[in-house]
Design a protein around this ligand. Structure first.
Ligand SMILES: *Cc1c(COP(=O)(O)O)cnc(C)c1O
Length: 387
């Protein structure tokens, strides 16, 4: 009787349908499935953050509508954290907005700056929300392939002049999901220059800046001189503090870009629950040792998985950041075939790389969201397979 809107009809096919169906089938058979598919940390939120939330829930002043921009105290905590971590000052009144998870901000942002027919530059493979936010705003996505030979960085010089003229936003995400690639400050400098020269907004999804290993520390794009003229950066407490379920994040950057996003939010949501914002303040202002602990846990898992895969002959490098490992599928397999084989013959869920975009074909993504013992078990099961 009713038909979906054209924008819903235009949504890309969900590539994991078949895999989800197979996963349910394998589970129903009673197989002990090792799920390395979901990008959701298995560890609980640190207890000092949970305690802060419990106290905050009891306060009647938190039982009312929050503001869309978020509590000033939360934005101040975010600004302080940002200054301590990246050495960059942002004005909590004008250059910070609270988000109900960064997915919310990323999906809504194009509504503020993209008109029908405008182009948005989106990397591929990538988190799907950059394209979907573009679609919902009536924009057109121009894909920038992330290729191993370019260290999974987009080739900005490859963009045709007529596309550049119509482009409003460039999305970036480093440390990257799904490739686990990182970008250095020299790349960000090029990007900021590109944004200034072509009048294109630089929108950087920085969800994984705190999950880094060895001697690497990811920069913020706002560390680049002039970045505040063209850039907005999305930070999330989800991965950093194992708070995916709480829905709390923030964006920082250019005043006009923050104002535009806030204006959209004024009209579609009424902000994050203040008790959750108070938990966020406890996270951002409290002892950061919990984050160092999470890094240690993920590093241990990374080392077990990468060493195990290498020993089995897989082409894979230890990621410098994120909790993902991006590896080549064995010769003779597509990403989909390989993922199906692991599931059916070993009870292991991995994500086929092409699910994040066609250039991801030939790769699979492992999320390090189970403990070392389970990863060892996964390696043992894979070693029993024939490729
Ligand atoms: C997990 C993730 C996010 C964070 O999402 P939240 O809505 O803040 O939980 C954003 N971008 C990427 C690429 C992610 O993987």
């Amino acid at each position: 009787m009713f038909s979906f809107s054209e924008r819903l009809a235009k949504l890309p096919p969900y590539l994991f349908v078949e895999l989800d169906r197979m996963k349910a089938e394998v589970k129903a058979k009673g197989v002990d499935v090792i799920d390395l598919g979901v990008g959701d940390p298995d560890l609980p939120t640190p207890s000092h953050i949970v305690q802060a939330a419990i106290e905050a829930v009891k306060k009647p002043e938190n039982h009312h509508y929050p503001s869309s921009a978020g509590m000033l105290a939360f934005r101040e905590a975010a600004a302080n954290w940002f200054k301590n971590r990246f050495g960059v000052e942002v004005d909590p009144q004008k250059e910070v907005v609270t988000l109900i998870g960064s997915k919310e901000g990323i999906a809504h942002f194009p509504l503020a700056f993209v008109n029908p027919g405008d182009v948005v530059l989106v990397p591929t493979p990538a988190y799907p929300v950059y394209h979907i936010g573009t679609l919902f705003a009536g924009g057109e996505t121009y894909y920038l392939p992330l290729l191993p030979e370019n260290n999974f960085l987009p080739d900005l010089e490859s963009i045709p002049e007529d596309v550049l003229k119509r482009a409003k936003i460039l999305w970036l995400n480093y440390p990257n999901n799904p490739t686990a690639a990182v970008a250095d400050k020299a790349f960000f400098e090029k990007v900021i220059e590109f944004g200034q020269k072509n009048n294109i907004i630089i929108a950087h999804d920085a969800a994984y800046t705190e999950l880094f290993y060895d001697d690497y520390t990811p920069p913020s794009i706002l560390e680049v001189k002039g970045a505040k003229e063209v850039a907005i950066e999305f930070h999330s407490l989800s991965k950093t503090y194992c708070m995916t379920g709480w829905r709390i994040a923030f964006a920082v950057g250019n005043e006009k870009l923050i104002a535009g996003l806030t204006k959209v939010k004024n009209n579609v949501d009424s902000g994050a629950f203040q008790a959750v914002q108070e938990a966020g303040i406890a996270a951002l202002s409290g002892d950061q040792n919990c984050v160092a602990e999470f890094r240690k846990v993920f590093k241990g898992r990374r080392d077990v998985l990468v060493a195990g895969l290498k020993e089995l002959g897989f082409e894979v490098e230890p990621p410098k950041a994120t909790f993902y490992v991006w590896a080549k599928v064995p010769q003779g397999y597509t990403s989909q075939d390989f993922a199906a084989k692991l599931l059916k013959e070993a009870g292991i869920v991995v994500t086929p790389g092409n699910g994040f975009g066609e250039p991801g074909e030939g790769f699979f993504r492992v999320a390090l969201t189970v403990d070392e013992k389970r990863l060892e078990e996964a390696i043992k099961r894979i070693s029993a397979l024939k490729f």
